[in-house]
Design a protein around this ligand. Sequence first.
Ligand code: DAH
Length: 353
Amino acid sequence: MALTDELGALREETLAAIARAGDSAALEQVRIGVLGKSGTLTGYLRSMGSVPKEERAAVGKTANEVRVAVEGALEARKAELASAELAAKIDASAVDVTLPGRAQQMGTRHLISGIIDEISEIFLGIGYTVATGPEVETDYYNFEALNAPADHPSRGLADTFYVRDLSGDVAAVKGESDVLLRTQTSGVQVHAMEQQKPPIYVIAPGKVYRRDVADPSHLPQFTQIEGLVVDKGITFGDLKGTLDYFCKQLFGPERKTRVRAHYFPFTEPSAEVDVSCGICNGEGCRFCKGTGWLEILGCGMVDPNVFGYVDIDPDEYSGFAFGMGVERAACLKYNVPDLRMLLEGDMRFLRQF
Ligand code: DAH
């Protein structure tokens, strides 16, 4: 076959291959096969020197024409494929603006956080400030400086989570570890009296931990709010007046309070405060177990022994303290029968508050 015919055939073959190339990568393979370093057409152009003189002009011209035609076809196909590929890409990532939107769920403040703020606001309004202390606490702050005797049952393994020293492999048991998860916020009283001079008017909200199995009235982790007042001439009357004011602010002005004698190691005398049941108005019902009253907090006059641990002179100063369970207060305010409902995360329940 004459060289010009060979070139003609190559041209047809190449143009067909270009038309067949389905994507840019396939097209590039065709280009390399024809015009690349060892491409077929490149071979013809390189071997022009060995073409007999009389044919050279014609063959050269044809080869050139083939090159121009192939290059043109490559360009055209390349543009075609690029726009098809772009269109496919756009199609694949298309957003259907006619679809209805998905509504975002709006969260609400959790009831526990809400009540912490509500209680804090009541006390901030009468001049208290907020104090804090660590949740991982030492035996000293949680028990000892609060006048709890060494054999006090709450210090036992059955009631308190002791923290293991991770540097050793001995499981911490009482006696080997004096670090624990605080069982009450009362330890913040000791921190506050170490850090501030009287007059002291503080509340301390925070989490506490006990070895309890969750049931309607117990949780292994819950929140307490502690209160402490130390000043000159503070009496049990101040304690009663303050807590009665607090209960009426939190539960409503129609609620009554009563004070019952009780025992706590760090207060003397100690008491528990009850608020009249909001469901039966004190008549007696299932919620208040027929008594008409609901226990809301523990309190008392700061024991002089506690002042001894923080170098406050009990002849110069006196004070009162109180502590309440926040989850319990929330349940009493909203008549929720089971503490666990606060932690289940059921939006139908939580949205009501
Ligand atoms: N810490 C006590 C408890 O967890 C509650 C309490 C009682 C706190 C009397 C006080 C108080 O500050 O004076 O049961």
